[in-house]
Ligand binder design. Sequence first.
Ligand code: AMP
Length: 258
Amino acid sequence: MASKQLRILVPVKRVVDYQIRPRVNKAGNAIETNGVKFSINPFDDIAVEEAVRIKEKNKSLVENIHAVSIGPAKAQDILRNCLAKGADTSTLIDSKDVQLEPLAVAKVLKEIVDKQKTNLIIMGKQAIDDDCNNTGQMLAGLLNWPQATNAAKVEFVDSDTVKVTREIDGGEETISGTLPMVITTDLRLNTPRYVGLQNLMKAKKKPMEKLSLKDFSNVDVQPRLKVISMEEPKPRAPGVAVKSVDELIEKLKDVKAI
Ligand code: AMP
């Protein structure tokens, strides 16, 4: 393999833990976040794992893995976790309580890409809180880089060329591109490792740069959309147990299902 050095950026978002059933707040315009457990967005955890696996496979190929999160100060917990898993450096961009829209996130990430001299971005295909599936594509657009979305497999053909197998409706598609590029992760790409206490302690010594949105005053992060309302799914009507196929057919006829 040739000697191109990879500088990988992994953007990670702090979201309501995937095992928690989200509730809508009293105002009916956002998810209730008080007293709720937060974790790294699962697709971003997969992105970190993939970056670390690339480094473990080809130590000389990867110069740096940088994790970045835009969110509240508490997002440093997920960054610490990324460092414990194998990221080398990190940046927390404190946005206080402001939730940026994907375009604003992409613009801020572009600044980090320039600063970090990133040549490969591996990120989640989707944040499970807003379900936007926008940021990776917008970032690739802003950078004018190729993008491989919904990656199920990532292979380096040489230090410049990456082959990505993508999950598509009912099958797979394999594409290849040259760096710099953006890859977004799908669920089947890998199974993220568990982080032990020892690695978490060691990670405390790894660098975490702390910035705030004010450090990006040149970037327009103004929201362009307004949430009008948010509703929880309607509760399902209870099921009915039937004793025979004939009874089932009768019931289905009653509700005009057949
Ligand atoms: P979305 O377009 O909101 O569904 O998010 C797609 C991906 O963009 C996520 O999986 C993250 O990798 C990245 N991302 C979105 N929001 C943030 C954020 N606030 N901080 C860091 N990365 C983010």
